[in-house]
Design a protein around this ligand. Sequence first.
Ligand code: KG4
Length: 336
Amino acid sequence: MSIVILGIESSCDDTSAAVIRDEVILSNVVANQDVHSEYGGVVPELASRTHQQNIIPVVDKAIKDAKIDIQDIDAIAFTRGPGLMGSLLVGTSFAKGFALARNLPLIEVNHLHAHVLAHFIKESNEDNTQPSFPFLCLLVSGGNSQIVVVKDYTDMEIIGKTIDDAAGEAFDKCAKIMGLPYPGGPLIDKFAKEGDSKKFTFNKPRIKDYDYSFSGLKTSFLYFLRDEIKQAPDFIEKNRNDLCASLQSTIVEILMDKLIKASNDTGIRQIALAGGVSANSGLRSEIEKHKDWETFIPKLSYTTDNAAMIAINGYYKFLKTDFTEQDVAPFARLKF
Ligand code: KG4
């Protein structure tokens, strides 16, 4: 018997719904929110209001794209946290209402576990490119930088994490310093392709074990530019590509140093990337240089926030009958 799960994701500024049959994706609809770009970051109140406008059309489209009937759905999975409270409330309330109305099991999903398990989404029954356990996952997004040992679908251990900013934040904040719009990560990646990564040198942090730190890099980038602009006001425009390339290669080096150390110490050679920053071309090419690793890099549509990863989590929890009660509330600081 096959199992059909409807997944709902609304933790930040993307409203998404997806339908999965067993591990095979049938639809994945994402509505982005352009409303934040003029503010240089996500405005929580605007995000939750936009989720309210988007949620019903997005779910409707996901069901239509999947070419299923609403009666075919066996359970509804939703992001309980971590994320923005107002945003989470919209997806959680929708999922609870849907489950109640259709008398379906409700399944809560941890957004971070979902990023890791995005690797198990199949595009067809013949798709056999999933990692096997255990594997190491570098989870890098706007809010997280973690190295996770993934032992099973529900058994994951963080062995390293950022002690301050996340890698995505470092990209976004340094982009802002250069006057680039939010989110700056993709733009830095774009300009870096035309630049010289050896032109400028920025300090790398010295942090214990597998932990990360990016706040020092951000500060040294800020002070470096402040001093250069004093000499030449058009320094950023003249050096934009080289600045982006040098900054990106420093962030990638910081991420890779700890990942290599974790792989050597644990002996785990299956390495996966997850989270928005895994879209970064510098990081992708660096990871693929390691010929003794078997690497897993998700499709771009599954790296950023999406409901397909929520639905696949829901599927594994469904198999364990790990269901949630109707009195569940979203939890903005839900732990890993
Ligand atoms: O996982 P994600 O979609 O959501 C949150 O964490 O909210 O990650 C978003 C982050 C942003 O910081 C964005 O700048 C970064 O991922 N990002 C990138 C690239 N694409 C997205 N950073 C560097 N290079 C990219 N190509």
